[in-house]
Every structure is written in C-alpha cells, then in structure tokens.
Design a protein around this ligand. Structure first.
Ligand code: KG4
Ligand code: ZN
Length: 389
C-alpha cells in the first residue's frame, strides 16, 4: 500500500483520551480530547487503574463522534490507516488504547501504526488546522502561538508531567537523544511544589500564576533556588529544587528546615500550620525561576552545539509564560527560529500522534501492521539514537 494520506489517530497514554483525523500535510480535519484532570484532582495525581477505566469509557464515544465528523466532511471512506500511541506511558492506559484501535482498524480492514508518544510531542509543531471544507490552512497563517513553520535541523524539547527530553532532529528527520531528566519530570516538579504550597493537582499553571504576582524582590538574589548540576551537560535534575522548596516551606512555618522528615509527616505539619500566603508566593517564584532556568540553560547549550538549528517545544509545561519568554529570548539572541504549537497541541492530544505516524512512515522508521496480530505496547519506549557520552 502507498503511504496513507489520511490517518485516524488515537492517544491514551496518560490521562487524556483523544482521537483525531490528520492528513499527511499536517492538516487536522477533526479532533476530540476528553481530559481526566477533574477525576485525578480528587486523588492528587493520576491513579493508573482509574485512568485506564476512563479511557475504556471515553474512547468508543470519541471514536463515534470523529466518525460522525468524517462523515460530515465526506472523508470517512478516505481514512487509510489507524495510528495509536504504543508507548511510553501507563501500561493499562496504553493497552486500552491499543485494543480499541486494533479492533476499530480490524473491523474496517485498515492497517495500524504503533506510534511513539514523545515523537508525537515533537511532531505537533507540524500540525495546522484545516478549513471546514478540509482544505489546509497555510501553516504560516494558522493561529499558532509561535508560527514559524518548522525547519530542520532542530533542537526538540519535550516538557510535560511525565517527560523531560532534549533531542536533536536531523535534516532527514532522524532523532538523536541529547539528554533527559535523571529524576523528576519538569511538570512533575511544578506539580509537587504546587502541592507543597497548597495548590490542587495539577498545580503547574496555578503555581506560575502565583509566581507572576511576586515582585522583583521576591524572585531575586536570596530566594533563588539552585539550578542543579548534572553529570552530563544535557541532562536535567529537579529533585533538588523540590528539596530546597520544602526547606523554604519549613522555614516559613517556623519548623526546623534541617530535618524535613518523611512526606506524610511534612503533609501533616503543613495541614496544621499552612504556609503564609506571602511565603507561598516567594516559594512559587523561586521554584519557577529554578526550573525554567535549568530548562533554558540546557536548550541554549544544545542550540550552541548545533549551528543553524531551530527550536521546537512540546508538552504541557510549554504553556509556562516564563519559559516561553526565556526560550524566545534565547533563540532571538542566536538568530534562530522557534516553534511552540498552540497549547491544545502541546498538551496530550491525538493529532500529534497522527503527525508522528505520517512522519515515521515517510522517514522509514515505522511500518503498517496487521491489526489482527494485535499491537504491542511498551510503558518505556525511548526515542532517538544515543549521543556518545
Ligand atoms: O503534557 P501534559 O498535558 O500531560 C502530561 O504530563 O503528559 O502536561 C501536564 C503538565 C502538568 O505537570 C502541569 O502542571 C504542567 O504541564 N503545566 C504547567 C503549566 N501548565 C501546565 N507547568 C508550568 N506552568 C504552566 N503554565
Ligand atoms: Zn505527553
């Protein structure tokens, strides 16, 4: 079979159930995303079993809706293949998506393309909306946040609740892994510190909003948290920022900062003696500076090591205004281009999986599979060749 022109894509690796119809040129004809954020807010984090059940409930509904959309656009019979996220992610959630996708593809006699979620975040930069008639809106005219059409080579940064990854994408689309986090993901660090200062899960956006209310005095000098060193210059480490934030919190409530104790004891202490609001603002601002500083420092190194490379950013943390400002400054200083997709394509979605499947097929990194043989999923699926260290 020749390369598919229209892919129906399915994403369910974490806490968003999503489906989309994506053309080979990156035009998104239709899409649906059902977020489980409210469900997981009740437990303060994603409970894998609850996430899998929610995907099981949502995916068939979203599929029915997208088929309705395809019908309305007159393209239902033009769907050539089904792409599904096969990893990395939560095993149960991946299995639900894979079996729903395989069943749907098998029922229609379509091939299936197991697709990598991280490649999806990187390839979101190539997406653009289609008009009602299905015609592509020019990528340059599309209402994207930062709109230079992606060029290669590029440095790619994926920053989400589950991942922090820095790659180099070569002119032919080949991916080289430069570095990643050695402990917490950037979004996870935001969420843990947000929780510490009493913000509900996921607290990254609320922490950032709180940080924005701090004056320059609160974010400068004395309250600056250290940017962690890592053994390798392209790796990230965020657990130290969290530990430093815990110490600031203990000082703020008059407790001994030298013995933070176990997480349960700390939570108990903070529920009895909440952090004063002024101190919470200072902690939020200091933590944001440290996390953003660490991300930008590594990106600058990668840009300097890759002459002429553009920058592509994906993942939910790309919504962070301080990070966007700092990255724009970094690329402008070097005369480079930057592409950060609109937020709904930075957070988990299925359109990016469609774009990644098209790219992987075109670049010979993926094949069309028979859905009757099932789809193998992998909770841990690294991308890119390793750069010698
Ligand atoms: O990509 P995403 O929607 O889900 C995955 O983790 O896969 O990313 C969600 C993460 C959460 O950790 C959330 O707190 C963080 O992105 N986030 C932010 C902001 N908006 C979302 N972190 C910092 N500042 C923000 N404005
Ligand atoms: Zn993601």
């Amino acid at each position: 079979m020749s390369a598919p022109r229209l892919i129906l894509a399915i994403e369910s690796s974490c806490d968003e159930s999503a489906v989309a119809l994506v053309r080979a040129d990156g035009a998104v004809l239709a899409e649906r995303v059902a977020t489980q954020a409210a469900l997981h807010a009740t437990t303060g984090g994603v409970v894998p079993e609850a996430a899998a059940r929610a995907h099981h409930a949502w995916l068939p509904r979203l599929l029915a809706e997208i088929v309705g959309d395809a019908n309305g656009l007159g393209v239902e019979r033009k769907i050539d293949a089904v792409a599904v996220t096969a990893g990395p992610g939560l095993l149960g959630s991946l299995l639900v998506g894979a079996s729903v996708a395989a069943g749907w593809a098998w029922g229609r006699g379509l091939p299936i393309i197991p697709t990598n979620h991280l490649e999806g975040h990187l390839r979101a930069a190539w997406l653009h909306p289609a008009t009602r008639s299905g015609a592509a809106v020019s990528a340059r005219r599309a209402p994207r946040a930062l709109s230079t059409a992606p060029t290669l080579p590029a440095i790619g940064l994926v920053v989400s609740g589950g991942h922090t990854l820095l790659v180099r994408i070569a002119r032919d689309g080949g991916i080289e892994r430069l570095g990643g986090t050695v402990d917490d993901a950037a979004g996870e660090a935001f969420d843990k510190i947000a929780r510490l200062i009493g913000l509900p899960y996921p607290g990254g956006a609320a922490l950032s909003a709180l940080a924005a209310t701090a004056g320059a005095a609160a974010t400068g000098g004395g309250d600056r948290l250290p940017i962690a060193r890592t053994e390798h210059p392209f790796d990230f480490s965020f657990s130290g920022v969290k530990t430093a934030a815990v110490r600031m919190a203990l000082v703020a409530i008059g407790a001994d900062p030298s013995s933070p104790g176990r997480a349960g004891a700390l939570a108990q202490m903070l529920s009895e003696r909440p952090i004063p609001s002024g101190a919470a603002v200072v902690i939020a601002a200091a933590a944001e500076r440290a996390i953003v500083g660490a991300l930008v420092e590594r990106v600058e190194r990668a840009l300097d090591a890759t002459p002429g490379a553009a920058l592509i950013v994906g993942g939910g943390v790309a919504a962070n205004a301080a990070l966007r400002r700092a990255l724009i400054t970094a690329v402008e200083r070097r005369g480079r281009a930057i592409n950060i997709p609109p937020i709904h394509w930075c957070t988990d979605n299925a359109a990016m999986i469609g774009a990644a499947a098209h790219a992987a097929l075109a670049e010979g990194r993926a094949e069309l599979h028979d859905p009757g043989s099932g789809v193998a999923v992998a909770a841990s699926w690294k991308i890119g060749s390793e750069v010698p260290r």
